[in-house]
Design a protein around this ligand. Structure first.
Ligand code: GDP
Length: 367
């Protein structure tokens, strides 16, 4: 769908370990997703959704297909990347393409694994990365301001407003603050500027606090610090132990559950990251439930039925007539489509119907 999550973080914080776990999750399902091309720095992973299992219990399909989400491993950001250090600009342009950022932060101690900055200090680490993003934005915005200045002088439409806002934004960034908390961030002028520039520091961030086994049951001091930092910025923190996550993928559901319980965790941190990322991208799933497959289809919240149908096939949108809709709860409570119909729980919806998360859909079309 072109919506992806970019994984960033300093070296040796657990990015690759996290990304490996995601790749394993992808490969475990690869036979089901032949349409996904496998690229070394991308993982297209199934979004955990227990509702699919409940539907499958009723329908007994040959296979279950989950919604998917794309993670991109953005290698090696170091101090000075905005000035071309490390992978520098290439790294930064990869982030630009991502819709949201998963920032992995080292919250574990281990004398054998060196830290590039010499000590464990997650807030300093976060600030190093975020400073690089702000610096990259300053440079890019500076070039844009020069162009806007010329356009404003030539009285181009909207150029004066954009020029004024861009200068305010530049002042804000020059204070070391990210574009995400710029006062005029919700204005249309900002939106159109950001659509073009795709500012790195404007992206929503999820902090992945990577802990040791001991840190799973109880937050350690590092996690507490990250949570405090994130709270002040309205950002989300999800704790995970990347090493354990890698091991979990190979296990069956029951074994994985047992292992998590023995570590004092209620659920896998990685699953949690996948689900929260999906939600942050404003994505939802509707279902189709047939004997061939029970399947979740990914759409953006707010899409109407014909557009939602197009993710199955373009003809479904082109020739859309109606959608038969049963809510997930009704489908399960009635024990399937036939009985839901009998109970009057199936609705016929037209082209203006806004699809809900969890709708079980059947499209009627004619081309
Ligand atoms: P990256 O440079 O950020 O990609 O970091 P890596 O994922 O390669 O991790 C660096 C080292 O830390 C590797 O040796 C990992 O096995 C180790 N590591 C990752 N997560 C954890 C963890 O939760 N606990 C401990 N003790 N080591 C970890």
């Amino acid at each position: 769908m072109g919506l992806s999550v970019g994984i960033v973080g300093l070296p040796n914080v657990g990015k690759s370990t996290t990304f490996n776990a995601l790749t394993k999750a992808q490969n475990a399902q690869a036979q089901n997703y032949p349409f996904c091309t496998i690229e070394p720095n991308k993982a297209i992973v199934p979004v955990p959704d227990t509702r699919l299992d409940e539907l499958a219990k009723i329908v007994n399909p040959e296979r279950i297909m989950h919604s998917t989400i794309e993670f991109v491993d953005i290698a090696g950001l170091v101090k000075g990347a905005s000035k071309g250090e490390g992978l520098g600009n290439k790294f930064l342009s990869n982030i630009r393409e991502a819709e949201i950022v998963l920032h992995i932060v080292r919250c574990f101690e281990d004398g054998n694994i060196t830290h590039v900055e010499g000590s464990i200090d997650p807030i300093r680490d976060i600030e190093i990365i975020e400073t690089e993003l702000v610096l990259a934005d300053i440079e890019q915005l500076g070039r844009k301001i020069e162009r806007l200045n010329k356009e404003a002088k030539a009285n181009a439409k909207g150029a004066k407003e954009a020029f004024a806002l861009a200068n305010e934004l530049l002042e804000h960034l020059n204070l070391g603050k990210p574009a995400s908390n710029f006062a005029d961030k919700d204005s249309e002028v900002f939106a159109s500027l950001n659509k073009e520039l795709r500012l790195l520091s404007a992206k929503e961030v999820i902090y992945g606090a990577n802990v040791d086994e001991d840190g799973i049951a109880q937050d350690n001091e590092y996690v507490k610090a990250v949570k405090e930092y994130a709270n002040a910025r309205n950002a989300e923190v999800i704790k995970l132990c990347a090493k354990i996550e890698e091991e979990l993928i190979g296990l069956g559901d029951d074994e994985a559950h047992e292992m998590l319980q023995s570590l004092g965790a209620e659920e896998s941190g990685l699953d949690n990251i996948i689900r929260r990322s999906f939600a942050k991208l404003n994505l939802i799933s509707y279902f189709t439930a047939g004997v061939m497959e029970v399947r979740a289809w990914t759409i953006t919240k707010g899409w109407k039925a014909p557009k939602a149908a197009s993710v199955i096939h373009n003809d479904f949108e082109r020739g859309f007539i109606r959608a038969e809709v049963i809510s997930y709860d009704d489908f399960v409570a009635c024990g399937g489509e036939a009985r839901a119909k009998e109970a009057g729980k199936m609705r016929l919806e037209g082209k203006d119907y806004v699809v809900n998360d969890g709708d079980v859909m059947h499209f009627r079309f004619n081309v």
